[in-house]
Design a binder for this molecule. Structure first.
Ligand SMILES: [Fe+2]
Length: 295
C-alpha cells in the first residue's frame, strides 16, 4: 500500500491496494494506521460492487444504517448495508428537482458528521462515486483536529466539557423541507456528545460539531446556537478544508469523529450517483467519551 499525503497531517491518496478483494489483517492495519493520521483517504479507480463495498467496510467495524433506519421508503439497492445517495427513482430515472428525496440530498451540502445524531454515532464512512455531474458536486472535508488546535486558549477552556445536543432532522428543518414523521422521530431520539473529544486512534483532540448540533446543555438557545454557529465558522475555514474533485470509481474513506464534510451544489437535473457504507463507533469507545465528558 502506497500513501501520498496531500498535506502532512490531513488527507492522503492511497494506491497499491485492491479494495474489491478480501484484505489481509496487515492491509486492514495499514488502512487503520493511515486514517488515524490523515483522517481522509482517497482511493482512485476502485470499481466495487455493493457487496464488495460492504465487505470492505466491515473490516473496520459494525455497519451503521444512518437515517435509513427510520425510513419506510422502498429501496433501490438490494444490499441493505449500502446507503443510496443517488438522485434516482426506483426505475433509475433522475428525480425531478422538487422531489422530496432531494431534501435529504441537499441537506448533505451542510457541514456534518455522518450519523452524529445517533448512539453510537458514525465512525468511518466509505463513499463510492459511481456517476458524477459534469460541474459541481465535489465533496469537501474539514479537519476538526486542526480546527481544535487553532482555537484560542480561552475558547479551548470555554468549550472543554461542553455537551451538544444532536438532532437527526435539524438539517432538514433548516432547509424548510422537513417531512419527518413521529415514528421517524422515535427511531432517533436526541443524543448528546461532548463538543471536544479525544480521538482514541491518534490521541488528538478534535471538535465534534456540524449541522446536526442544535443546542448546548445548560445554555439558553440563542447563546448556544450562536456559539455553535461561531465554532462551525471557525472549524470550516479554508486552511482546514480539502476539496475532492470526483472521478468515476473514486472511493473516499473518512473518520467522522474528527472531520466534517459536505457535498457541493450541482445541477439537480443532472445525475449524481454515490453510494455510502458507514461503520459505528464501537460501544467501549462511546463509554470512554461519556466518561471524558463527565470528568
Ligand atoms: Fe455525509
Amino acid at each position: 500500500m502506497h500513501i501520498e499525503p496531500i498535506t502532512p497531517s490531513f488527507a492522503a491518496t492511497i494506491s497499491d491496494i485492491d479494495l474489491s478483494q478480501p484484505l489481509t489483517a496487515g492491509q486492514v492495519a495499514d488502512v487503520e494506521q493511515a486514517i488515524a493520521k490523515y483522517a481522509v483517504l482517497i482511493f482512485r479507480d476502485q470499481p466495487l460492487t455493493d457487496d464488495q463495498h460492504a465487505a470492505f467496510t466491515r473490516n473496520f467495524g459494525p455497519i451503521d444504517k444512518g437515517l435509513s433506519k427510520g425510513s419506510k421508503r422502498k429501496r433501490r439497492l438490494a444490499n441493505v448495508d449500502v446507503i443510496d445517495l443517488a438522485n434516482l427513482d426506483l426505475e433509475g430515472n433522475v428525480l425531478p428537482p422538487s422531489n422530496v428525496r432531494n431534501v435529504s440530498l441537499i441537506a448533505n451540502q451542510y457541514w456534518h458528521s455522518d450519523s452524529s445524531f445517533k448512539a453510537p454515532p458514525g465512525k468511518f464512512s466509505i463513499l463510492c462515486g459511481m456517476q458524477l455531474p459534469g460541474e459541481g458536486g465535489q465533496t469537501e472535508f474539514a479537519d476538526q483536529r486542526a480546527a481544535y488546535d487553532a482555537l484560542s486558549e480561552r475558547m479551548k477552556a470555554r468549550v472543554e466539557g461542553m455537551v451538544a445536543e444532536h438532532f437527526a432532522y435539524h438539517s432538514r428543518d433548516m432547509l424548510g423541507g422537513s417531512h419527518h414523521t413521529p415514528e421517524e422521530m422515535e427511531v432517533f431520539p436526541l443524543v448528546h456528545w461532548p463538543i471536544v473529544h479525544t480521538v482514541p486512534e491518534s490521541g488528538r483532540k478534535s471538535l465534534f460539531i456540524g449541522i446536526h448540533t442544535r443546542e448546548i446543555e445548560g445554555m439558553d438557545s440563542p447563546e448556544a446556537r450562536m456559539l455553535l454557529h461561531d465554532l462551525l465558522e471557525h472549524a470550516t475555514q479554508r486552511q482546514f478544508v480539502h476539496r475532492h474533485e470526483w472521478q468515476a470509481n473514486d472511493i473516499l474513506m473518512w473518520d467522522n469523529q474528527c472531520t466534517l464534510h459536505r457535498g457541493r451544489a450541482y445541477d439537480l437535473s443532472k445525475l449524481r450517483e454515490l453510494r455510502r457504507c458507514t461503520t459505528e463507533v464501537v460501544a467501549e469507545v462511546v463509554a470512554q467519551v461519556k466518561t471524558q465528558a463527565a470528568e
